[in-house]
Ligand binder design. Structure first.
Ligand code: ADP
Length: 217
């Protein structure tokens, strides 16, 4: 952008500034929450296709880093392979880095697998406030535990994921109840919580999510 010698902006510069401003939309994000195997990833793909949001799965982010073989990746794998959470400082740093690379006109994010601790939720809201963005709603996908285990065991046969075995699945469920459930309470307290039934066909479940999202987007 060119600035006049006397540091006043030309009409053309003002126009560019206005265009920049209009393009930098406020991001309205949604959080998909629920136990491992509840279908967050599957539903996120449908939401991306229908609402033009960007899918951010911290689990995928972790697996990508682990597959790179980096030192950080090895450290991450030492937690994920046991079904434990990666420490908050690592997760939040990776997430912040990713968000800073998003185009200014990003409509919103679908957080899948984040926030997973109360501390992550507080940090997320702090970051959103700093950026002028907001969390529109947390959608909690509810599935009975025996069905979750069945789905994860089935997935393990194809996915080859090191954490999709019975012992690690049980540990992930314990971690979910102890560390992630309080995140639901946090958003419920802030009137940003919706719970849906996660049993049924993929499109039935997407229909339930759409009824919520159509009021937002
Ligand atoms: P699932 O929901 O099926 O358990 P994910 O793909 O979301 O699987 O996550 C896989 C693993 O990656 C988790 O068990 C955990 O070790 C790590 N992970 C993912 N997201 C986070 C997060 N927000 N905080 C800490 N660890 C995470």
């Amino acid at each position: 952008m060119c600035i006049n010698k006397d540091f006043r902006l030309s009409t053309f510069d003002y126009r560019l500034l206005t265009i920049d401003y209009l393009l930098s939309t406020i991001m309205k994000n949604i959080i998909l929450c629920g136990a491992p195997g509840c279908g967050k990833g599957t539903q996120a793909e449908f939401i991306v296709a229908h609402y033009g949001l960007v899918h951010l799965s911290t689990g995928q982010m972790m697996r990508r880093e682990a597959a790179s073989g980096s030192e950080l990746g090895k450290l991450i794998e030492s937690y994920t392979a046991q079904g434990h959470l990666v420490p908050d400082d690592i997760t939040i740093r990776m997430l912040e880095e990713y968000i800073s690379t998003l185009p200014a006109d990003t409509k919103g994010l679908i957080f899948d697998g984040f926030p997973r601790t109360l501390n992550q939720a507080v940090q997320l809201e702090r970051l959103m406030k700093k950026r002028g963005d907001e969390t529109a709603i947390l959608i909690d996908i509810n599935v009975p535990e025996d069905e979750l285990i069945r789905r994860l065991i089935e997935r393990g046969k194809i996915s080859g994921r090191a954490d999709d075995n019975l012992e690690t699945i049980k540990e992930r469920l314990v971690v979910y109840h102890e560390q992630t459930r309080p995140v639901d309470d946090y958003y419920e307290l802030h009137d940003k919580y919706a719970r849906i039934q996660g049993l049924g066909t993929i499109s039935e479940i997407f229909g339930r999510i759409s009824r919520i999202l159509n009021k937002i987007y």
